[in-house]
Design a protein around this ligand. Sequence first.
Ligand SMILES: C[S@@+](CC[C@H](N)C(=O)[O-])C[C@H]1O[C@@H](n2cnc3c(N)ncnc32)[C@H](O)[C@@H]1O
Length: 326
Amino acid sequence: MAHYPVMLPEVLDTLSPRAGEIYVDGTFGNGGYTQAFLEATECSVVALDRDPTVRTQAAVLSEKYGERFRLIQTSFSKMDELGIGQVDAVALDIGVSSTQIDQGERGFSFQKSGPLDMRMSQSGATAAEAVAELPQAELEHVFRVYGEEKHARRAARLVVRAREENAIATTDGLADLLERGLGRKGRIHPATRVFQALRIFINDELGELYEGLCAAERILKPGGRLIAVTFHSLEDRIVKTFMRQRCGGGQSGSRYTPVAKKPPVQPSFEVTRRSVLKPSEKEVTKNARSRSARLRWALRTNAEPIADEYSPLRKFPRLQNYGWAA
Ligand SMILES: C[S@@+](CC[C@H](N)C(=O)[O-])C[C@H]1O[C@@H](n2cnc3c(N)ncnc32)[C@H](O)[C@@H]1O
């Protein structure tokens, strides 16, 4: 299935492209957003993607738009380390692309047989390695936190028992194991949440998201637009909390940040109109995958970036906690 750029009209409306401006498309994918920005006006786009296979599509855009476009293969959490200077907008369209999901050999989907891989960057630890090596308690934690899986303990136990017999190396191997062990009730495949959890873990998706938002805060000019499209509640919560906090919310104090002891912080972002948008009914009818999308956006002020003392990621299982590089 071709990749369909999710919420593109809303992304364009909030980005409001202007000639001469520089944008970062942090999740190039099939280039749907980038191409729309370049078509809209005489702007420049620095596109980032950690998946090396997007180069083919990037070559097509380079041919067409010349120096107005370039692709850097990297994680968007590093966007402030690339020497691209200050920019006018950053757009993030979080998650995997339909192209990645649809390629069985990438191992993202339990509906396609393939190796249990799931790495967007095609480097680092694979999902098969996580399933083979993580202790049972850690597997359970990953399934519970990133999959919000009610049966996390049972799923982890099933994996550990099965791997004592044979390695779990394929998507269908893991999906069948979970289906047999957890049973199937209703429409949703019992492997859905475990697959989501492993994908988020292997790609450190929530760590990337939070660090990407912080990096965007550092490179956006005053008046610059930060736009993030997310697909599930775990991601949306990170963006919502980040934007609220940066817009001056969350300063009423908590048990960790007693307000009386803190000097007031100038908001580094502001919201001038509706800051959360959903896809139109028309879009959801055309592309069912867009139904859970949420777009949040805010405008950079001229205040200093806000230092975060309490990252929301501190309780999440992350690759580096296990000595694995993301
Ligand atoms: C949903 S797709 C983006 C689709 C794109 N907006 C379009 O219109 O074609 C997400 C893309 O972001 C990439 N990606 C996800 N997380 C990333 C990260 N932390 N750093 C860089 N690229 C990332 C994925 O490899 C994938 O190609």
